[in-house]
Design a protein around this ligand. Structure first.
Ligand code: ADP
Ligand code: MG
Length: 314
């Protein structure tokens, strides 16, 4: 079997902080990222799956939901994820196809609208913790939404923010389609935004739920499910640091799984940012016996090649 690679792209691959996030801006950013991804393919990473974040994009759909709720029915969170998989996936297909052609490579790029199964008894349901959508300062509005079943937390001076459960990804339901496409020569975009969270009921089809799945964890899951030999999380810092942001900051280059797990147990990695990346890299290394990388998007080729960023060895 050909070697398979899974690359998880962070938020700055699509809409870096400080940009307004217009469609043309996002397209430009994705295009710049795809120029790097095309280098990866040209470098021989043949069976490639991309996954991507979608936080700002889902946030925008949620704002539209609220502003338009008297005109069109709001769509549930699983629909929001599906919609962002489509727009980001289309833009990746378009720009990566263009960049591959510049390398003389003719390969289909196929975004898969992907569902990821979660469990109804996941402890995350009792402790919604993942902040999504805009900050609100109107307490009456927050109360109205809590009445309607949403959960909010106060985030310092910035106001209130909705939190939703972030359950563990269990099974990538569209994994068979991903593998068919890979074996047929396609580059595949899958589990975008962590995948559309779905649960299984006693009867009936899979059902979408009001939750979001971490994209790094969903990427690591898919990487294990398809037997990938390389998993890379590309973000906006050069890798994993110990004592991050302090005078004692130290960047890890090669780190053994056990050592990284020990730093994790020490509370070195922030929940919601570096925390899930480290967890994802550890799960991949543990589950497959292969090395995982956490690195800067700017060093994509070297990171996937094993010579940049933080390399987590089993
Ligand atoms: P992405 O959008 O790419 O998924 P995040 O913003 O969620 O990325 O996470 C990357 C951020 O994690 C970095 O920009 C950095 O500020 C932060 N971070 C927190 N702890 C660490 C650490 N120990 N080492 C490196 N970066 C860290
Ligand atoms: Mg970010």
């Amino acid at each position: 079997m050909a070697e398979r690679t899974v690359v998880a792209l962070g938020g700055n691959a699509i809409s870096p902080a400080g940009t307004a996030g217009t469609a043309s801006e996002q397209t430009r950013n994705i295009h710049a990222t795809m120029a790097q991804v095309a280098e990866l393919v040209a470098d021989g990473h043949d069976q490639l799956v991309l996954t991507h974040g979608n936080g700002p994009q889902v946030g925008n759909v949620l704002i539209k939901n609220e502003l338009a709720r008297d005109v069109v029915p709001p769509v549930p969170l699983d629909w929001c994820v599906a919609q962002t998989q489509a727009t980001i996936g289309f833009t990746i297909a378009d720009t990566l196809g263009f960049e591959l052609a510049r390398h003389g490579i003719e390969r289909p790029v196929v975004p898969v609208v992907s569902r990821v199964a979660v469990e109804l008894d996941d402890p995350a349901w009792d402790a919604p913790a993942k902040p999504i959508g805009p900050y609100l300062d109107d307490e009456a509005e927050v109360a109205r939404r809590e009445e309607a079943g949403q959960h909010y937390v106060r985030v310092g001076e910035r106001g209130w923010r909705r939190v939703v459960p972030s359950p563990q990804p269990r099974v990538s339901l569209d994994r068979p389609a991903v593998e068919l496409l890979l074996d047929d020569g396609a580059i595949v975009v899958a589990n975008g935004g962590g995948g559309i969270p779905v649960v299984s009921d006693a009867e009936g089809p899979w059902r979408g739920v009001e939750a979001v799945i971490d994209k790094d964890l969903a990427g690591a899951l898919l990487a294990q499910e398809i037997g990938a030999t390389t998993f890379a999380v590309l973000t906006d810092v050069r890798g994993v640091a110990i004592d991050f942001g302090t005078e004692r900051e130290r960047w890890l280059e090669r780190v053994a799984l056990d050592e990284l797990r020990a730093h994790q147990a020490d509370g070195q990695f922030t929940a919601g940012s570096m925390g899930p990346k480290v967890e994802a890299a550890c799960r991949f290394a543990e589950g497959t016996g292969h090395t995982a990388a956490i690195a800067s998007l700017d060093e994509a080729v070297a990171a996937v090649g094993g010579t940049a960023g933080t390399q987590v060895s089993p």
